[in-house]
Design a protein around this ligand. Structure first.
Ligand code: SAH
Length: 353
């Protein structure tokens, strides 16, 4: 049994079954044994868009510079990234924008990153650019901001709810992680629970990340006093409320979420419709979600890939193929979505017109 499993078992023996969200939090962020807290790279477990093709970060660079100009080129402004991982996107973004007058001089880079190891990787990868770290979006310094996040929302802990059949039919209960008779971790159904009021379940299962509320709130507070844009790219359905979408990945394969806590990446679909509702309720404007393929194509993914391939003919085929994975319907193009949040009454951001 691995060290984290032992501690999760002890917590359950002391305190009873734990919500899925606490299990996720421990698996991903436990200081000693958490997945992100202990890994400088996760390449073999999953591959993200910026790790797939440099075109991704370059297009987001063009997007960020365009939106900064649309805000009136505020100086200074905060370039904030949530969950930068190995900083591939920010590195490509910075390279692609180095000739845009004023953009680098005016940008104060803030990275919201939980993992101490990844903070070190990011600092090294982005040198000589100076970066500041924050523990959360709320803690990022105030002021005009372009906020970016790729595959950040999908690792926010989710709570899960199931509606039981039978005598108590119609009663929602919270799913939990408990112990079987022989002491193994197992999923179970815990105490009756109220669904978050804004959740619109499709069937007898529902899933919600409490942190979406915090994020909507943090963006609303920022944008109430300073202009900005917040762009999220991630996977999840366009409209439906996710049911049980908790998944674990290890060495590129899907594994059981309880099989190897702390050694597999845990993820859940993003409820874009709920994020949109929460932001609109907080008085923000929301553009999208649109499919990632649509968004990146509007920013010129094809042209950028061709230009890169022409400049590097020996790698041309590989460059075009990896860039096409970002936009292809059957690949990342339709499973991933882009959503942009702005203060009320702004013109549509690039890619969302
Ligand atoms: N954006 C990167 C990495 C995605 S992996 C890419 O596309 O390649 C998720 C990242 O979010 C990791 O850097 C992880 O440590 C960070 N992260 C996850 N949950 C977080 C939280 N609650 N607060 C801060 N960072 C978090």
């Amino acid at each position: 049994m691995n060290a984290l499993t032992t501690r999760i078992r002890e917590a359950i023996l002391t305190d009873g079954p734990m919500p899925i969200s606490l299990f996720m939090l421990m698996c991903l962020h436990d200081r000693r044994d958490g997945y992100y807290a202990t890994r400088p790279a996760f390449n073999r477990d999953f591959t993200t868009a910026p790790e797939t093709s440099q075109v991704f970060g370059e297009l987001l660079g063009a997007w960020a510079a365009h939106e900064w100009q649309a805000l009136g080129s505020p100086n200074p402004f905060h370039l904030v990234e949530l969950g930068p991982g190995r900083a591939a996107m920010m590195a490509d973004l910075l390279r692609a924008t180095r000739n845009i007058p004023g953009f680098h001089d005016d940008a104060l880079i803030t990275l919201v990153e939980a993992s101490p190891i990844l903070r070190r990787v990011q600092t090294e990868r982005l040198a000589p650019h100076a970066v500041t770290f924050a523990d959360s979006l709320e803690a990022a310094p105030p002021g005009p901001a372009i906020i970016l996040a790729n595959e950040f929302l999908d690792c926010l802990p989710v709570r899960q709810y199931v509606r039981a059949e039978g005598a108590n039919g119609g009663q929602w209960r919270e799913r939990s992680v408990g112990l079987s008779r022989d002491g193994q971790l197992q999923f179970g159904v815990g105490l009756p629970a109220d669904l978050p009021p804004d959740l619109t379940p499709q069937a007898d299962e529902a899933e919600a990340a409490p942190a979406l509320e915090t994020i909507a709130d943090a963006i609303a507070r920022r944008f109430a006093t300073s202009p900005g844009r917040a762009l999220f790219l991630d996977y999840g359905p366009m409209k439906a409320t996710p049911g049980d979408t908790l998944r674990a990945f290890e060495n590129g394969k899907q594994v059981h979420p309880l099989a190897n806590p702390g050694h597999s990446d845990l993820t859940a679909d993003v409820d874009f419709a709920r994020l949109k509702r929460l932001c609109e309720k907080a008085g923000l404007a929301v553009y999208g979600p649109v499919e990632q393929g649509y968004f990146l194509n509007r920013l010129g993914a094809g042209q950028r890939a061709m230009a890169l391939a022409r400049a590097n003919p020996e790698r041309g085929k590989e460059i075009v193929e990896s860039a096409m994975r970002l936009v292809a319907e059957e690949d990342m193009g339709s499973r991933f979505k882009a959503i942009c949040i702005t203060p009320a009454a702004t013109t549509a951001p690039a890619g969302f017109e």
